[in-house]
Write a protein that binds this ligand. Sequence first.
Ligand SMILES: Nc1ncnc2c1ncn2[C@@H]1O[C@H](COP(=O)(O)OP(=O)(O)O)[C@@H](O)[C@H]1O
Ligand SMILES: [Mg+2]
Length: 160
Amino acid sequence: MSAEITVNSPEQMRELGRRLAKLLRAGDLVMLSGELGAGKTTLTRGLGESLGVRGAVTSPTFVIARVHPSLGDGPPLVHVDAYRLSGGLDEMEDLDLDVSLPESVIVVEWGEGKVEELTDERLQVVIHRAVGDTRDEVRHVTVTGIGPRWAAVDLAVLTA
Ligand SMILES: Nc1ncnc2c1ncn2[C@@H]1O[C@H](COP(=O)(O)OP(=O)(O)O)[C@@H](O)[C@H]1O
Ligand SMILES: [Mg+2]
């Protein structure tokens, strides 16, 4: 279960986040990976907009995890920037994400090797800058659903 999307601008990346949000519900974990400046936070911003949560999604400088409560009756968005975690798993465990996961949507930037143990089920989003492409706003995004939760979800809606 996988979808490949070409994104041509920051606005399109936000739009992808908005579309992605429509697939999400409480208990879902989304892992975003990609180099610094790939667009992970930009995508999360669109996701937060569509979920209708309070507060702008930003790149946290000191905070590792930020909770954005829903303005309606939807799940809160927990936004984690694991890139800044030096201590790896121990530090990650201190965040008690396993406690918040059932009632939240958790989005982790750069969590490879750190958060897989939270759940067997996750949506994996990998963002690549186009190699050798002179248009530096082009990104290739691969979205893969892992686990039974995602087996019946049609990720093709993301490409529309
Ligand atoms: N297609 C694109 N998608 C997302 N961001 C883009 C794109 N093209 C250029 N950018 C720029 O790249 C930067 C991405 O920043 P950010 O989302 O914070 O990345 P990350 O969280 O992966 O480090 C922003 O300055 C954004 O304007
Ligand atoms: Mg970021």
